[in-house]
Write a protein that binds this ligand. Structure first.
Ligand SMILES: Cc1ncc(COP(=O)(O)O)c(C=O)c1O
Length: 499
């Protein structure tokens, strides 16, 4: 028999049946409190949940008919009980977080408590506004969280009960689990993907006077992270087929000042890592992979993040593995790089809290780490869903007047970006006529942002993609079952803009 957390206990209920029917007897001496409030819950719609809050007094749950599942987090322990036996009920102590799920249609559940119902208690998270008749979003992390709310709430409750909010057991456990998942030796949780990139570069010795080669078809953070180390970003063009760094352009851009290269696995498609590693080795360059969009992507048996001397991940909420706030990680096989990143993220301090080098406050907090631990085991399944949806888009759009994304078995489709003419007009028509949101990654290549602008730099393939790429909804919770609708809407929008 599994042991119950302290304060949770089963209480027998006497059932007396005779020709006149059945009687359930609640003997006051069996209950740990005098019931003052009795709730009877019936007619719970299919899939609905109840609870989702911390209870302010002891409560007793007894199922008369049907079944439901009671998940409890109390005193740092978590348990899940199936309530399906009218011959016993369960007492849950005050201060527990609980959630009721999996109701059978005919369920009758009775809840007794020693205090009257007080307005404002129990405490509930605010409800999100209804989504009916709203446009289909391009991405929406809250829909991903919704499917995992019980586990996420329990994980957050665990952090609050532990009383440790920074650099505690959740961050350490997530680092181990993420490193295992990627097949690397070390992962170090940091405050964002941008910090992960600059910490990785700095830990590899990149700094003032160095050049770092990267792409311009990326989020500006890639270049800003290079600048944060004191080094200078050097932009090269992308390959038309892969949309990732053009390896010939990379080699041509190497100078005596080049210290490192950052390939970006754009939209979840792995860059040409074997070729990049060969060039880097030949020229003695460090490689930091920008994996902000490629959680779980692979080239053959190896996941992105395991090729370079280090790699940087972002856990921004919309990422394939996204937290409920900012977060990031540096991964590496080199223990000395991992050690340097650990110091950089924590004020340059060693284990005795002595400042022994440069550093800032750049840590992954316990709440985000606990949430990421809930989501990491689902990442492969989510990525597989994205691949299925991408396959559906491909077959629906194969004859459309557009360019499909590259084909790669190990891609994880952070975006499904098609390239097309009159992109902005088509995008407007998609939302205004069909209620489908789309996104642009990235409208302006980094070398054309005023901060990085150079008159003498032209990157024709990058510039064409920046003018033509349009990202369609690909997140499973949004696009599943709707690919036909979205693809038809796109085809109609293209036709409308051409006529
Ligand atoms: C390619 C790329 N690099 C770096 C980053 C920066 O990550 P963060 O927003 O977590 O700082 C992002 C985030 O969107 C990104 O897409």
């Amino acid at each position: 028999m599994t042991s119950l957390p302290e304060g949770v206990q089963w209480i027998p209920v006497s059932l007396h049946a005779d020709a006149r029917g059945e009687l359930a007897a609640f003997d006051r001496s069996n209950l740990p409190f005098e019931p003052v409030r009795i709730f009877v819950i019936t007619d719970v719609p299919n899939g609905a949940t109840r609870g989702g809050h911390v209870i302010s007094c002891d409560e007793f749950f007894w199922i008369r008919l049907g079944r439901c599942r009671l998940s409890i987090c109390t005193g740092g322990f978590r348990t899940s009980l199936l309530l399906d036996d009218p011959k016993r009920g369960v007492v849950v102590p005050a201060g527990s977080f609980l959630e009721l799920t999996d109701f059978a249609p005919d369920t009758i559940l009775t809840v007794m408590a020693p205090q009257p119902y007080a307005p404002g208690s129990p405490r509930r998270p605010p409800r999100l506004p209804p989504r009916r008749n709203q446009p289909l979003p391009a991405a929406d992390p809250s829909r991903r969280f919704a499917g995992q709310r019980t586990d996420i709430d329990l994980a957050i409750a665990r952090v609050f009960e532990s009383g440790t909010f920074i650099l505690g057991p959740e961050c350490a456990a997530f680092e181990d689990e993420f490193a295992d998942y990627l097949g690397v030796r070390h992962a170090v949780g940091v405050g964002s993907g941008t910090q992960a990139l600059s910490f990785a570069l700095a830990a590899l010795g990149v700094g003032a006077g160095d050049e770092v080669i990267t792409v311009s078809l990326t989020f500006a953070a890639t270049a800003l992270a290079i600048e944060a180390t004191g080094a200078k970003p050097i932009f090269v063009d992308v390959d038309r087929g892969s949309r990732c760094i053009d390896v010939a352009a990379l080699e041509a851009a190497i100078t005596p000042s080049t210290a490192a290269v950052i390939p970006v696995h754009l939209h979840g498609f792995p860059a040409a890592m074997p070729e990049i590693m060969k060039i880097a080795t030949r020229h003695g360059l460090a490689v930091v992979e920008d994996c902000a969009q490629s959680h779980g992507a692979a080239l053959g048996p190896r996941r992105t993040g395991s090729f370079g001397q280090a790699a940087a991940f972002s856990f921004y909420p919309t990422k394939n593995l996204g937290a409920a706030g900012d977060g990031g990680a540096v991964v590496t096989n080199d223990p000395s790089v991992a050690e340097r990143v650990r110091r950089l993220r924590n004020y340059g301090m060693d284990a005795d809290r002595i400042c022994v080098g440069p550093g800032i406050n750049g840590r992954l907090d316990e709440v985000q780490a606990a949430i990421l631990r809930v989501l990491l085991p689902r990442l492969d399944e989510d990525n597989a869903t994205r691949r299925v949806l991408a396959g559906q888009y491909r077959s629906k759009l194969k004859d459309a007047m557009l360019e499909l994304p590259p084909h790669c078995d190990g891609a994880v489709y952070h975006q499904f970006a098609v390239a097309l003419d009159q992109r902005d007009a088509v995008r407007r028509c998609l939302i205004e006529t069909h209620g489908v949101e789309s996104a642009i990654h990235y409208a302006r290549p980094v070398h054309q942002h005023p901060h990085f602008f150079r008159t003498d730099l032209s990157l024709p393939v990058t510039e064409q993609f920046a003018a033509r790429l349009l990202s369609l909804p690909i997140q499973g919770e949004i696009a599943a079952g709707r690919v036909d609708y979205i693809a038809n809407a796109l085809v109609e929008s293209i036709a409308a803009c051409r006529s």
